[in-house]
Design a binder for this molecule. Structure first.
Ligand code: SF4
Length: 287
């Protein structure tokens, strides 16, 4: 088999999506789909949720060990791999390090409730065994928007879970979605999301572009007029308000889809004004 064919043999889909900042990791497909699968805006989790059996993981690890024996960081693919019980995650880490002894760090996607279901001791043990970072879609700090979009968590739960990660020494990369409240709740989304983020210590805040995917409940709400989708210009103005109100430290803020075609990126708090000026400049180009 060619290298390409070997890769294809271990992944379900032709294209593999790794989050920003994990592109260099060796990806191990641990699960498919999302165990929650209810958020009304989400089109990511099309597969039925399933965790692969250890035999399949072992088979994939054999291939990866042959192709990338020197890799040090592994990304566990799956919409919320961290939903697994700590014991099961630890057994997969153990298995991975048996086949690839150079592995030192692991990262994966998680929901907030996946963290809350684990004890402090389990989080510390997972960190000790190499879980270095979690990627988490927190989406909004507004409880009413979170409830309306069926995210299944509250902002207080988000803060609680992330502070527990701080104590365990596990870093976190957060995704938020300006525009998720529509025009009506735009101000509230910016202010309450900033308020929530200011209580925690994200390594990175990534603004995800809200896209109305056909077949999602939110798309249907927009069609019926129940959700007032914002224009890209209105969304970036909301994002500006979010940045203005952020007081996080040591945090990289980025958005790769500003007005559908630009990227802004800067460290907070040092480059807050650079980010704000960049947004003002990009908005002026559109006038
Ligand atoms: S938790 Fe994430 S992957 Fe799962 S349904 Fe919600 S947005 Fe989609």
């Amino acid at each position: 088999m060619t290298r390409e064919e070997l890769y294809q043999s271990i992944y379900t889909h032709d294209t593999i999506y790794l989050p920003p900042h994990e592109e260099g990791d060796v990806p191990l497909e641990v699960s498919l789909g999302c165990s929650w699968h209810k958020c009304t805006f989400c089109d990511f989790a099309r597969d039925a949720f399933q965790i692969h059996p250890l035999e399949k993981l072992e088979q994939s690890l054999r291939v990866l060990a042959a192709l990338r024996p020197d890799d040090r960081r592994m990304f566990f693919l799956g919409e919320n791999v961290f939903c697994m019980e700590a014991e099961k995650l630890l057994s997969i880490i153990e298995l991975a390090s048996t086949y690839m002894p150079n592995l030192k760090e692991y990262a994966m996607y998680s929901r907030i409730d996946d963290i809350l279901r684990k004890t402090d001791e389990e989080l510390v043990l997972l960190r000790k065994k190499g879980v270095e970072a979690l990627h988490i879609g927190v989406e909004s700090g507004s409880d009413s928007i979170l409830a309306e979009r069926k995210k299944g968590i509250t902002s207080a739960q988000t803060v609680e879970a992330l502070l527990r990660l701080d104590r365990a020494g596990i870093a976190y990369y957060l995704t938020v979605i300006p525009g998720l409240g529509g025009k009506t709740y735009s101000y509230m989304n910016a202010i309450e999301t900033a308020r929530m983020l200011n209580k925690v210590h994200p390594r990175n805040i990534w603004c995800l572009k809200l896209k109305l995917w056909e077949d999602t409940p939110l798309y249907k709400e927009a069609q019926s007029g129940a959700f007032d989708m914002m224009t890209p210009k209105q969304i970036i103005k909301e994002e500006r308000l979010l940045i203005q109100n952020l007081s996080v430290t040591d945090c990289l803020f980025e958005d790769t889809t500003v007005l559908d075609k630009y990227t802004i990126r800067g460290m907070l708090p040092e480059q807050k004004n650079v980010l704000l000026h960049a947004i003002d400049y990009l908005l002026s180009l559109e006038n």
